[in-house]
Design a protein around this ligand. Structure first.
Ligand code: MYA
Ligand code: JJ1
Length: 388
């Protein structure tokens, strides 16, 4: 059934529930000198290329490939439209390897037709911090689908990760593969219900009119939590402490240091937004929330071409109720003209989703680890990891 995935060191469907299998690495590492030194062979017309995301020209090529060929919803109405600034941010965290930004070109025309990336991360699984690659942006041009290019690309990025003496990976997908560590539900909070309904992202509820719907989703004009402000560079140590402490309760979560927090959470316009509560009394940072910006192209609509979506990222509270903090995040997103605020049912998100009028979407997100077995699946609330 899964001719490729059956050959890989991942949890296999036949092993589900087999208690004799230990948690931890599935395959042992080998000396890096024993890692295959040459790239895997591509079909004749194609060649490997390293995509230099510092180059505007290459960044444009990657952007154009993804904008026309990346992930769509099940009815092909929307397609993720990661911005160039977002791609640069996502692909150049502390310690990144340029060699993990892999493209495939047509030899004759040099046209970029496929892409896959990895970035390094330290991920804690229970009590162990494991060096991993986070794999993302796997994309094959629509005209080259079903030619078994994806397995070659996955083997090639695996080889290049191994060359850096890293033996594990984390990734997410909308499709079921062997074997998810957990399956998360997407939830959506309408900010601009009229547009969402016009473009087919949502529908008028039963016994609802447009004006009742608009009223239902109305938000205050300004945030309510005293001391709520944008995160700044000087907040990195405090946010790192808050976040490390918070994430320690989850079974799988990133092990962020100050460099990671500066990169992943310091606000970057139209890429990532972070806000915190700076206590007016003690001048301590007590709470923190963040979201990233990922618009979707609206496919074949008369009046609208993009949906502006915010995605909940990492949120931590010690003093403010999470419900109130996230309501302030919604208010900020509304002020900034986002159409919808999305969240997964990870971490403690379930505690605010229904009350803040999020509704379940038609999409799910499956989380995977490569070469690391977890005995039982996790509940989404046991997962402390958000991939972009
Ligand atoms: S998830 C986002 C994936 N991208 C998209 O959905 C964009 C639109 N779709 C496409 O571009 C293509 O359909 C893709 C497949 C490229 C997805 N993850 O070449 P094929 C398996 C893993 O004939 P195509 C993201 O970016 C499929 O089950 N495997 O198929 C994370 C089959 O294998 P098997 C997938 O449709 C990516 C084989 O590929 C996925 O032309 C994590 C068919 O290949 C998928 N999303 O191309 C990658 N979709 O026969 C794994 C299909 O066995 C990383 N397949 O069922 C693993 C860790 C590596 C590093 C390890 C380090 C130590
Ligand atoms: O965005 C998604 N679904 C939307 C649009 C559905 C359009 C028709 N298929 C949705 N809308 C309902 C919103 C409604 C608002 C008011 C309250 C009730 C709900 O459900 C879905 C997620 O739900 N997104 C996708 O399908 C995109 C792909 C998701 C898999 C992603 C793979 C990630 C790649 C890894 O890096």
């Amino acid at each position: 059934k899964h001719k490729f995935w059956e050959t890989q060191p991942v949890g296999q469907f036949k092993d589900i529930g087999n208690l004799s299998l230990q948690e931890g690495p599935i395959e042992p590492p080998t000396p890096t000198s024993e890692v295959k030194q040459e790239p895997y062979n591509l079909p004749g017309p194609y060649e490997w290329t390293v995509c230099d995301m510092d180059s505007d020209e290459t960044c444009n090529e990657v952007y154009n490939l993804l904008t026309t060929n990346y992930v769509e919803d099940d009815e092909n109405m929307f397609r993720f439209n990661y911005s160039k600034e977002f791609l640069r941010w996502a692909l150049r965290p502390p310690g990144y390897y340029k060699s993990w930004h892999i493209g495939v070109r047509v030899k004759t025309s040099k046209k970029l037709v496929a892409f896959i990336t990895g970035v390094p991360a330290r991920i804690r699984v229970r009590n162990e911090v494991v060096k991993m690659a986070e794999i993302n942006f796997l994309c094959v041009h629509k005209k080259l689908r079903s030619k078994r290019l994806a397995p070659v690309m996955i083997k090639e990025i695996t080889r290049r990760v191994h060359l850096e003496n890293i033996w594990h990976a984390a990734y997410t997908a909308g499709v079921v593969l062997p074997t998810p560590i957990t399956t998360c539900q997407y939830w959506h909070r309408s900010l601009n219900p009229k547009k969402l309904i016009d473009v087919g992202f949502s529908r008028l509820g039963a016994r609802m009119t447009m004006s009742r719907t608009i009223k239902l989703y109305k938000l205050p004009d300004s945030t309510v939590t005293p001391g709520f402000r944008k995160m700044e560079l000087r907040d990195v140590p405090a946010v790192t402490r808050l976040l490390r402490n918070y994430l320690s309760q989850f079974v799988v979560a990133p092990d962020f240091d100050e460099h990671d927090v500066e990169h992943w959470l310091l606000p970057t316009e139209n890429v990532v937004d972070s806000y915190l509560v700076d206590s007016p009394v003690t001048h301590e940072v007590t709470d923190f929330c963040s979201f990233y910006t990922l618009p979707s192209s609206i496919l074949g609509h008369q009046n609208y071409s993009t949906l502006k979506a915010a995605y909940s990222y990492y949120n931590v509270t010690t003093k403010t109720p999470l419900l109130q903090l996230m309501n302030d995040a919604l208010i900020i997103a509304k002020q900034k003209d986002y159409d919808v605020f999305n969240a997964l049912d990870v971490m403690q998100n379930e505690s605010f989703l229904k009350e803040l009028k999020f509704g379940p979407g038609d999409g799910q997100l499956h989380y995977y680890l490569y070469n690391y077995r977890l005995q039982n699946g996790l509940k989404p609330m046991e997962l402390g990891l958000v991939l972009l």
